[in-house]
Write a protein that binds this ligand. Structure first.
Ligand SMILES: Cc1ncc(CN)c(N)n1
Length: 242
């Protein structure tokens, strides 16, 4: 296979198939399955809550950096800016939700020390904020980060799941249909930008090919970080030390 999508098959589709094992590892992780079957260890949930609060605070400037890239790279009619802006607004609510949820569970957010996995993932986001990172690459990472949470938490709300009632609100936050629509829109933008790069036959063809390769690498790295993040939360053996 030459790594290029077949006609009519989007780039993200091609990558989801090619990397389906790690994608399933990220979206059907034992931590998520334990929420879904009601056996979740609540101390693991609280650990996730504290670490994810730190992650989300670092995610805001990353999304703001995508907003700047959207402003520079998309036209007004595309609606990219409005979509990313709605993401920033949703993160404002999300931060408030974390504060409320933490107080409900007795987690002191100001005392949470970031674990190594959280620090590494936040550093990864910081690297992606560079103006040198192309819009297509940043958008691919953005979509993948949101899609993992959407698919994971939606799984905990499916019929037959035994998610404890006190965790259902958390699952609704990312598992609801509106968030699913938002992820689809992010994915469409990523595909549109990747398609533009892949079909570029001009003198900068090599630059465009490199961009698509970079986007695929960052897609895989997001999935690896998401698995590590769940491992850390779950307290899985072999997780990295703080
Ligand atoms: C680690 C992680 N990944 C994704 C999301 C969804 N914004 C999140 N809150 N935290």
């Amino acid at each position: 296979m030459d790594g290029k999508p077949k006609a009519g098959v989007s780039m993200t589709n091609t990558w989801l198939r090619k990397h389906h094992l790690i994608y399933a590892g990220a979206t059907r992780h034992p931590f998520i399955l334990s929420i879904r079957d009601g056996t979740v260890d609540l101390s693991a949930f609280k650990r996730w809550l504290g670490q994810d609060y730190i992650f989300v605070r670092a995610f805001v400037p990353f999304v703001a950096s995508v907003l700047i890239k959207a402003w520079k790279n998309s036209d007004h009619e595309s609606g990219d800016i409005e979509l990313v802006l709605s993401g920033v607004a949703a993160l404002n609510d999300e931060i408030e939700w974390f504060k409320q949820e933490a107080s409900k569970w007795g987690v002191e957010l100001s005392g949470v020390v970031p674990e190594k996995t959280t620090r590494d993932y936040c550093r990864f986001l910081e690297d992606l904020m560079s103006p040198d990172v192309d819009y297509a690459v940043a958008m691919t990472a953005f979509w993948a980060i949101e899609a993992v949470y959407q698919e994971s938490f939606a799984h905990c709300l499916e019929e037959g799941s035994k998610t404890p009632p006190e965790l259902q609100e958390a699952c609704q936050r990312w598992g609801n249909d509106g968030f699913g629509q938002y992820c689809s829109s992010l994915r469409n933008i990523a595909d549109r930008e990747l398609e533009k790069a892949a079909s570029d036959g001009g003198p900068l063809v090599k630059v465009s090919e490199d961009m698509v390769t970079k986007a695929e690498v960052e897609f895989q790295r997001v999935l690896e970080y998401e698995v590590q993040f769940w491992n850390m939360s779950h307290g899985s053996p072999g997780r990295s030390a703080p």
